[in-house]
Design a binder for this molecule. Structure first.
Ligand SMILES: *Cc1c(COP(=O)(O)O)cnc(C)c1O
Length: 321
């Protein structure tokens, strides 16, 4: 299935991540529920960004980069995994993070230290300010003879999204091996790359499977999903991008990275019934979206639904819930 023009990919995670049934919650919710464990992707405490970084850091290496710069919120899982993966490859990481919502020196802030990242907090709510600062820092590094590589928030570029095209292929192989079939995949939609990659990958490798993204951020990031799908298809050498519908269900609630009642209830349900930890920023709200869609009939009784666990454990410990 690999196209000859497909971009280079490094192996940074442990693949395939497990895919298994959730029997207790299937009974409770009245559908056939399965989970894809990208919380077990094998770097730090796991998470979805490892798949994107396999493509992004392959590109960085090819360009001879010795520094990787990226950004995110104060408890960014993406920034942490970028630092950890860069470290594995012998590159230095600079994380330029939004200061707002910094939850003391807890959670991912502790893990940034362990990963040896150089963390700069910026007092702004606007990523335009952050990208300007990243460019300034990249120029300074170049003036010292370094080769910096900048990754935008969430690693959600066309190249990064290919990590989730690969995930859809992995799911197709696991479904075939386990004799399973799915009607729908549900994921959290933050900066959009995971949703875009899964939607394109499903169109290519999981015929008949719908992808439903659950929005967890009121910022208009999710609007880039259709463009990412087109650009990622072009990177795969597909001149005719398949028609890929983009389904979104909003569960942002009180705001990005602000816990919601529905999200906390979903976290408790998953932990109590299945012994699996979700997080308050992404996966708790995404699972709450799945529950809400099942209750409203948006997910039909008996539907075979695969929930993507995209990680987030590090951020959990920044909260007092
Ligand atoms: C970043 C992230 C997401 C969202 O993925 P995007 O590709 O940014 O939409 C979901 N879950 C966790 C735990 C994340 O860190």
């Amino acid at each position: 299935m690999k196209n000859q023009t497909e971009p280079d990919r490094l192996t940074l995670g442990l693949w395939p991540t497990p895919l298994h049934a959730l029997p207790a919650l299937s009974r409770e919710l009245g559908c056939a529920l399965y989970i894809k464990r990208d919380d077990m992707s094998g770097v730090m405490l796991g998470g979805n960004k490892v798949r994107k970084l396999e493509y992004l850091l392959a590109d960085a290496k090819k360009k001879g980069a010795d520094y990787v710069l990226t950004t995110g919120g104060a408890q960014s899982n993406h920034a942490l995994l970028t630092a950890a993966c860069a470290g594995k490859l012998g590159m230095r990481a600079v994380l330029v993070l939004k200061k707002r919502g910094q939850y003391a020196r807890k959670g991912n802030q502790v893990l940034y230290d362990l990963a040896g990242a150089d963390v700069r907090l910026m007092d702004t709510d606007d990523y335009a300010d952050i990208y300007a600062e990243m460019e300034r820092m990249a120029d300074a590094l170049r003036a010292e003879g370094h080769i910096p590589y900048c990754i935008p928030v969430g690693g959600s570029t066309a190249l990064g999204s290919l990590g989730y095209v690969a995930c859809a292929r992995e799911i197709a192989a696991q479904a075939a091996a386990q004799g399973l079939a799915f009607d729908r995949v549900v994921c959290a939609t933050g900066s959009g790359g995971t949703h875009a990659g899964l939607a394109l990958g499903a169109a290519l490798a999981l015929p008949g499977v719908q992808v439903t993204g659950v929005a967890v951020d009121s910022d208009p990031f999710a609007q880039i999903v259709p463009a990412l799908i087109r650009q990622s298809a072009a990177l795969l050498g597909l001149s005719d991008a398949p028609a890929v519908p983009v389904q979104l269900h909003d569960m942002t609630g009180p705001g990005y990275a602000v816990p919601s009642e529905a999200g906390l209830a979903a976290m408790r349900l998953m932990a109590e019934r299945e012994g699996i930890v979700l997080d308050p920023v992404y996966t708790g709200k995404a699972f709450a979206g799945l529950i809400e869609l099942r209750a409203s009939g948006g997910i039909r009784p008996g539907e075979r639904v695969l929930f993507l666990h995209s990680g987030g454990a590090g951020g959990l410990f920044a909260y007092e819930l």
